[in-house]
Design a protein around this ligand. Sequence first.
Ligand SMILES: C[S@@+](CC[C@H](N)C(=O)[O-])C[C@H]1O[C@@H](n2cnc3c(N)ncnc32)[C@H](O)[C@@H]1O
Length: 249
Amino acid sequence: MKKIQEDFVIAQYQSGIENYAAFTREVGLWASEEHVFHKYLKASDHILDLGCGTGRTTFSLFDLGYTSIIGVDLTPEMIAAAEQIKAERDSNLTFQVGNAKALSFANAVFDVVIFSFNGLMSIPDSAERFKAVQEIYRVLKEDGLFIFTTHDREQDENYFNFWREEKARWEKGVQSQELYEFGDIIATSKNEERPIFIHIPNQKEVQDFLERGGFSILETFYRNEKFEESVQVKEKSGECRFWVARKNS
Ligand SMILES: C[S@@+](CC[C@H](N)C(=O)[O-])C[C@H]1O[C@@H](n2cnc3c(N)ncnc32)[C@H](O)[C@@H]1O
């Protein structure tokens, strides 16, 4: 059986455009995101909002005064929806279709790269995800920040049994042949109509990934340990871990 490819990921997001657009129009930033962005971003920072979707974080950050920001996303329909919202808001933000694994920007141009709402982990195959980390490193200035979220398979006790059983399947080689590595799942989601692919790492895996990619971790925390999000945010997004990392000089 063929392994999951990027076209599967694009199709999953195409099936969720309306939900993401509603999240952008009606909800905006999560309390946790607002806290992290205020803590680490300066108003003058040049920011790349990678995997920006329909611009939820892009428009919100702009409204908070972080005006040097550009949104990039793999799914053309996400960018089309962001452009529609931009027209409604009479905004002059820039959105572009682009792939985190091969960015169109020069070296060392951004102070901050954001990959919000677990988008990095929707890239199939850890070697391909690592290409995205290397690209993010490349476009960041010295000491630039990479801020993103992931799920954490060692945090949610509702799934401990599932992961134990899945581990046994991988050890016996009877896991779904569409998957690349332990932690990958094809599942239903709150936002997409189609099944989604996502990799659910543990903390050590992301730490190793960042260190190998030339980053130092400044902060990581599990969202519900620090923040009580609104009902709307909890309805649309599962719990996740925040990561704030700095490009090593
Ligand atoms: C869960 S959505 C989050 C969208 C938006 N950041 C938000 O918070 O509403 C993840 C986004 O990552 C994008 N994405 C996935 N792989 C990508 C890649 N390789 N390069 C750029 N964007 C990607 C998807 O198209 C999708 O819009």
